[in-house]
Design a protein around this ligand. Structure first.
Ligand code: NAP
Ligand code: 12T
Length: 349
């Protein structure tokens, strides 16, 4: 595999919110592709997509779809990854998986290239892309950890509906239109899929993303907690999370409280390490009302940080506001960046 200059790439879930973004980003970044295979369920098979002046027919994903494929980028849900990623690896393909299926497996590197690219070399055929909320937080925490050490992290998120897929965006639009026509607000659980229900999202805030676990936290919260420790190589770090869905389409925002190990760190010190960090843009000036918002971060590649404040009681405590496009750095861009690093380091493990 080493020495190839262009690759046969497959995108699994190519018609989804993340998959479409991956295809756009592969094109924008001139990813070295000799052939692109686009895969979905049988529902979208036969649809056509234009990529670099070529018409590509979407095919139903099957084990045989990976014959001859060098790199497969999966974002069709955890169950599809569990079924098809091992079949792809058996066929000699390297898989970068965007679902939670393998993230915590010991032999699966969980990668944010700016943070832990050196873990890539440990892969056994599958690498994982972290959860969107984790990616933007660890990107900003890494330079702080490196400079001052980290003792504790407490995060509350403000997450966009696009994280839950294309259908969730349609649902927000529909509910908003309905509410604007009919002023009555309904607070009852609505059926989503046959086994799932959730409260209306329009004009609301939902402190539940993904399923509840036995400890009272949601799976989204546990993903943030466990993935952060794995990526930062900090099993003893205290991390707590509350994840909340809000009615906007794009970008996740996070209010993050951190306690650092070092004494006498100032806001200026935190600004300085963030300003020098790859992939981070500091937007922090109360005098000019400068701070990032979900709208200002949408469609951008970077992770934006503002509102850096020292805690008023805890001398090693700081508050930060971290915003990034959940489908770009939170999903598709980070996946493509992992693939780029993998090529730099040589595809095989
Ligand atoms: P989405 O908009 O609902 O798209 C789902 C995609 O999966 C579609 O392309 C769909 O194809 C395909 N698919 C569904 N069932 C399939 C099957 N049986 N075989 C093959 N393909 C199938 O969802 P999304 O927002 O793009 O997210 C997709 C997955 O990516 C999520 O389930 C999640 O695991 C992961 N994700 C990760 C992050 C992150 O934090 N890094 C963020 C968002 C999503 P059809 O057009 O044929 O239905
Ligand atoms: N349920 O990659 O609903 O584990 O926003 C990402 C986003 C799962 C994931 C969401 C989710 C993931 C969501």
């Amino acid at each position: 595999m080493a020495g190839k200059t262009a690759y046969h790439v497959a995108v699994v879930g190519a018609t989804g919110a993340v998959g479409q973004k991956i295809v756009q980003i592969l094109n924008k970044r001139d990813f070295p592709i000799k052939q692109l295979t686009l895969l979905s369920s049988s529902r979208s098979a036969g649809k056509k997509v234009t990529f670099r002046d070529q018409e590509i027919v979407i095919q139903e994903a099957k084990p045989e779809s990976f014959d001859g494929v060098d790199i497969a980028l999966f974002s069709a849900g955890g169950e599809i990854s569990k079924q098809l990623a091992p079949a792809a690896v058996e066929r000699g393909c390297v898989v970068i998986d965007n679902t939670s299926a393998f993230r915590m497996d010991e032999d699966v590197p969980l990668i944010v290239p700016e943070v832990n690219a050196t873990d890539i070399k440990n892969h056994q055929g599958i690498l994982a892309n972290p959860n969107c909320s984790t990616i933007q937080m660890v990107a900003a925490l890494k330079p702080i950890q490196q400079a001052f050490g980290l003792e504790r992290v407490i995060v509350s998120t403000y997450q966009a509906v696009s994280g839950a897929g294309a259908a969730a965006c349609d649902e927000l639009k529909q509910q908003t239109e309905n509410h604007l026509k009919d002023e009555t607000m309904h607070a009852e659980l609505l059926p989503v899929k046959s086994d799932e229900k959730h409260y209306p999202i329009a004009f609301n805030a939902l402190p539940q993303i993904d399923k509840f676990q036995d400890n009272g936290y949601t799976f989204e919260e546990m993903k943030m907690i466990n993935e952060t420790k794995k990526i930062l190589h900090a099993p003893g770090l205290s991390v707590a999370a509350t994840c909340v869905r809000l009615p906007f389409y794009t970008s996740h925002a996070e209010s993050v409280y951190v306690e650092v190990e070092k004494d006498e760190v100032t806001v200026a010190d935190v600004w300085q390490v963030l300003e020098g960090a790859e992939g981070i843009v500091l937007e922090d000036d109360p005098a000019t009302q400068t701070y990032p918002t979900p709208l200002s971060a949408a469609e951008k590649d970077d992770v934006f940080v503002g509102r850096v404040r020292k805690d008023l009681d805890q001398s090693n405590g700081f508050h930060l506001w971290i915003v990034s496009d959940n489908l770009v750095k939170g999903a598709a861009l980070n996946t493509v960046q992992i693939a780029e690093k993998l090529i730099e380091q040589g595809l095989s493990s």
